[in-house]
Design a protein around this ligand. Sequence first.
Ligand SMILES: Nc1nc2c([nH]c(=O)n2[C@@H]2O[C@H](COP(=O)(O)OP(=O)(O)OP(=O)(O)O)[C@@H](O)[C@H]2O)c(=O)[nH]1
Length: 130
Amino acid sequence: MVQVACAIIENHGKVLVAQRSKEKQLGLKWEFPGGKLCEGESAEECIYREIREELGIEIEVIRPLTPTVTEQSPISIKLIPFVCKYISGPIVMNDHNAIRWVSPGFALATFDWCPADIPVVTEYLKICRS
Ligand SMILES: Nc1nc2c([nH]c(=O)n2[C@@H]2O[C@H](COP(=O)(O)OP(=O)(O)OP(=O)(O)O)[C@@H](O)[C@H]2O)c(=O)[nH]1
């Protein structure tokens, strides 16, 4: 199983969503930025590193959400989400096709998400309403 950490980055009441590059697996699908854990790395360490690499910004982890496990033939992906807050730095798109800042409501559910992200979006919207 491949472990992947991803960040739901909040800033001024919106969250950052990112579109995967065309050339990648699940190209042009929407995701929360992040990536695969390196050997010996915790999921939290991974998310700080990946967000620096992919977007060039600093974040702070606020809370973990429930990991999801999805078959993505020929492997399974364990997606480990963290709600984070934006801290500093201008965004540089090193890895993605596009990014959007979206209000955490109905609009967030309408993106063409990677399958593994759908339960994450549902859980996030639920905690935003509570
Ligand atoms: N980053 C990220 N990956 C996701 C999400 N949902 C999801 O299914 N994945 C899958 O998890 C895997 C992570 O791949 P990645 O390409 O983003 O990770 P990476 O930067 O470490 O990999 P690379 O160095 O091979 O490009 C991909 O198979 C991707 O399709 C998500 O919300 N964020």
